[in-house]
Design a protein around this ligand. Structure first.
Ligand code: EPZ
Length: 419
């Protein structure tokens, strides 16, 4: 089992390049099913989750070529069949459920095993299913499988009780060839939604309003193959911003989009971090006295839940009392127990973490409990006194390309140890 070992105390310097967004690439790969043709995705981050969804497409007879040197994926879905995908693969990753909408749209139905929950919450799919039903699909959940059937999908107005990212994406993909117009109201506004819509429109879809609370989809007869280069990863960008802040360093982060980072820039600036944008780069300087702040995670454009564990780690080293409230997932404070092993002083009160900043964290053996918690523990290790060992790093590899190599290039004393 491999682990990441960090010797804390080094300052960071230099610059880091941000990869494309995992949470954009995954729905875009799923959307290639709609083309029944060849799609080329460039600038693909070579992540575990990307390999999983690619293997799921292969299990339903798509032809997928991954070029790790060119960071390119070529997907030919002309031979995809209506067959059961490999359940073991589907259960590995929540985002696997994103193939449901495209398969219903293309084949008039599909059967898929229920995606697993995960550590951070139950992660229901009721809003996805409500959307499919509103488009005329007959939806049935039994024996651990979801089956949706529809002779023809008919456009409809769908109001999402919660602006769910996955439900917005799945319903949008199901609606692209539905008869008539579909309006998704209270839709998720995350940048990855617009990126997916841009890809679908390049395939011949007719989507307007993606990135706003109301998305209009006018059904078209069919879609064709296309190529796309996904947007940058705003969460990886934010993770490196916190790396600079927690180590009191000044670094340059390249390949960012300032618009996507507004909520993160706002809160880190409020904490006293110096941040300057230069085109598609950020200069981040954490070498100053920071102050405690309160943060509440919200759907975009609010502060992202995927940055919650990273800022919780940062605030545990900032003198004073900070309060972090997690409103999106019901169990996303598992990193707190691990941070307490490093000397953090954090109390969970309902959906909030009350953080009393300490002078110094101390290195310890800690466990990554989910993708972002693992990244947060690495950041805490960078600032801690002594050695930190992070185990269960397979979580981290799902969403960060070579995180330890990128931090090492910035001057961190960090190694991946394969045992
Ligand atoms: C996406 O997950 C991201 N994953 C998550 O990133 C991210 O944390 C999340 O959006 C929120 O921003 C991908 O894009 C692959 P949701 P998703 O549906 O789509 C409730 C990471 O670390 N809900 O917006 O599953 C749900 O319980 C991952 O990169 C329903 O109630 O998130 C949760 O409380 C973690 N019914 C809230 O909505 C539904 O049918 C947010 O879920 C669907 C969701």
């Amino acid at each position: 089992m491999s682990k990441i070992v960090i010797k804390g105390g080094s300052n960071l310097h230099g610059e880091v390049n941000i990869s494309a967004a995992k949470n954009s690439v995954l729905p875009i790969i799923a959307a290639s099913i709609l083309s029944g043709d060849k799609c080329i995705i460039d600038n693909v981050p070579m992540l575990e989750d990307v390999f999983v969804i690619s293997n799921i497409l292969k299990s339903i007879s798509a032809d997928v070529t991954i070029d790790k040197k060119l960071n390119k994926i070529i997907i030919d879905t002309s031979n995809i069949s209506y067959c059961d995908p490999c359940s073991e693969l589907v259960k590995k990753m929540r985002a696997s459920f994103l193939i449901m909408g495209p398969m219903i749209s293309r084949f008039g139905g599909f059967k898929l095993c229920l995606p697993g929950g995960c550590n951070i919450g139950t992660r229901p799919i009721d809003l996805h299913l409500k959307g499919f039903a509103a488009l005329g699909a007959k939806v049935n959940v039994e024996h651990g499988f979801v089956e949706a059937k529809a002779k023809k999908l008919i456009g409809n107005k769908i109001y999402l009780d919660f602006p769910s990212v996955g439900a917005t994406e799945n319903i949008m993909m199901a609606a692209v060839t539905a008869e008539g117009e579909t309006i998704i109201e209270n839709a998720a506004e995350e940048p990855e939604i617009k990126d997916l819509a841009d890809f679908l429109n390049s395939m011949g879809a007719n989507i307007t309003g993606a990135g706003s609370r109301a998305i209009h989809i006018k059904g078209v007869k069919n879609l064709k193959g296309s190529s796309h280069s996904p947007i940058c990863d705003r969460i990886e960008s934010g993770t490196f911003m916190v790396a600079a802040a927690i180590t009191k360093s000044k670094i340059r982060i390249n390949g960012i989009n300032e618009e996507y980072l507004k909520p993160i820039i706002a809160k880190l600036t409020e904490a006293g971090v110096y941040i300057r944008c230069e085109g598609n780069s950020l200069i981040v300087d954490g070498n100053r006295e920071l102050n405690p702040i309160d943060i509440k995670t919200m759907p975009y454009p609010g502060f992202p839940t995927d940055m919650q564990s990273q800022v919780t780690g940062l605030l545990s080293t900032v003198k004073g009392t900070s309060i972090v409230t997690e409103t999106i997932f019901e169990n996303r404070f598992m990193h707190v127990m691990e941070m307490k092993r490093m000397g953090a002083n954090i109390k969970i009160d309902g959906r909030s973490a009350v953080i009393e900043g300490v002078d110094k964290l101390t290195g310890a053996e800690v466990k990554a409990t989910d993708l972002r918690a693992g990244a947060a523990l690495i950041l805490c290790g960078l600032a801690a006194e002594g050695k930190t060992e992070v185990i269960d790093i397979y979580h981290i590899d799902r969403g960060y390309v070579d995180i330890e190599k990128k931090l090492k290039l910035l001057g961190a004393d960090i190694e991946r140890v394969n045992e």
